[in-house]
Design a binder for this molecule. Sequence first.
Ligand code: ZN
Length: 673
Amino acid sequence: MNNPLTKDFKSKFGLPPFEEIKPKHYLPAFKKAIADHKTEIELILKNKEKPTFSNTINALENAGSLLSKVSRVFFNVLSADSSDELQKIAAKATPLLSKHRDSISLNVSLFKKVKKVYESNEDLNDEQRRLVKITYDNFMLNGSGLDSKKRALLKKINQKLSSLSLNFGQNTLKETNAFELVINDKTDLDGLPKDLVNQAKLQAEKENYKGAWLFKATRENLYPFLTFSKNRNLREEIYKGYINKGKNNNQNNNEKILLEMSNLREKKANLLGFKSHTDLALQNSMAENKKNVLNLLDNVWKPAKLRAKEEIDEIQNLIQAEGNNFKLKPWDWWFYAEKVRESKFNYSEEEMRPYLSLENIQKAAFAVAERLFEIMFVPLNNYPKYHEDVKAYKVLNKSKKIVGIFLTDYHARPSKQGGAWMTSYQDQSKNNGSKFPIIINVCNFPKSKSAKTTLLSFEQAITLFHEFGHGLHGLLSDVTYPSLSGTSVPRDYVEFPSQMMENWIRSPKVLEEFALHYKTGKKIPKSLLKKYEKCQKFNQGFATTEYLVASYLDLAWHSEKKKISNIEKFEKNLFKSLGKPDAIDSRYGSTYFNHIFSGGYSSNYYSYMWSEVLDSSAFEVFEKKGLFNKASGKKLKKFVYASGNSKNLMDQFVKFNGKNPDPKRLLQKRGLI
Ligand SMILES: [Zn+2]
């Protein structure tokens, strides 16, 4: 069979030969890879010797390498450059994969071997011992300890859940593209930034709207529109287009899907001996249980709500002062918050934009990593890519040895899922020859002639640093076993290395050095930096509230016992019990909450805040000792970015930080105390 996916990747640096890979190659490659993996598992089972780390755990680590390779290529391209054809393949491949995964995780003979190693006194090093425990726990959490009847039921539930979750995500994407706000009258563009108008023009041309501007229900279109459009009715229209995703009366409706998912998840948790999906999902998390999660959320909720009420009053006063007589609604928030910011601080985030070209921000990100971790990013010229926007860099250490490959795919296009993410084509490992990581960052920044003229909002600059932080977590990984590599850590830890990086682009010193005017090359004016510094805690009541409400919503879906049948009522009751202000909505509504219904964050949306406690505590070290303090950079690399999941994560944190994380730092950072 001549399938480029199943052959060794001979292209430069082991990158997949994207130009040769056609959609028709995926399904046969999946089937072959699954068959190979099965054979490898059979070999482990057939081994008559006493189960050991080497013939069981390490053998499991090495099994399925082709499947991992094929899956990474397919799912990365599916999210970054999708098509109807690829989505159809995904619908066929997902149940196969889920069935296959279950055939391993629910394999009793295999589990018996793992259990023997787990219970043995074999002399192992720390990383090996941790891997044994994690492997054993995973088998248990996947149901290997159950009797055959229950295992069969679990298999059914898993398969159903994985296709429901895929449908949910695909419906959200379809709904995002289906919504259209068409503007024909130029005066209706009043106030909108040039970039957004250009993008809307391109979108309109693509869909054959002559002489018009087309806006979609993406976050990338929504937020600048809500912030700058002077037309209140249009703001309401695009906002509603966004929040109604997944609950419109059409074939993309997600309501039934998510109700079924939440029921099935509960059933699954019960089967495994847990009261709720949340209890199951928090096993092996840093937070450990729901009580600890709620403790953090509740502690932040009160001060956040108080601050949000002050912000609401300020905005309402401004509305009145302008001679208007309406009550502040959620779709008004961005527009008026921006006005309050301007009137209070004489500062608009738009003033920053000319200094935040994609080129500048990327240079800043690379420089921060180079100074902290003594690595270098060298651009590659010829390499395979799935889309012309993909750029590639070789990452080298001090002695010019290769650390990994870093790819970027920064620009928005209709074939790309919304949001921003990091994934890998290969994880770092050393148990089967040395493998270096191949990491990609995918974002949805607007496209312009060049990186020099692509101007980012401050929020987008932070996104770039955030994903770059995940990227470094993958790139700097230095462990032996692939399942413990890089970002393979609990959800409530994984956002720590990424949010940690955000601290540098927020630092005035970094902005002073790297935020240069895209035309003149002049430094960002001191006066603008001062205003920016004063504004850093602005609007945090709103930001914290909308995030916390989404976290509570996530927990409610997955830990409340009563049967839910009406989604709107369920949401309303929850919001009422929280005392949520009417003018602020949950950051995501249930019917398009991809994180929890198609992205693996179910019961884990709180993780961003948990990680923020870690990063705000850890950054204190650099505030005290200097932004690029060499010794602290070395420690940060060793204890945070390099160790993957090979060691106890709280111990690692304390080794870097010198003390436990302090939740007060988060409240201070957000200006809530
Ligand atoms: Zn992240």
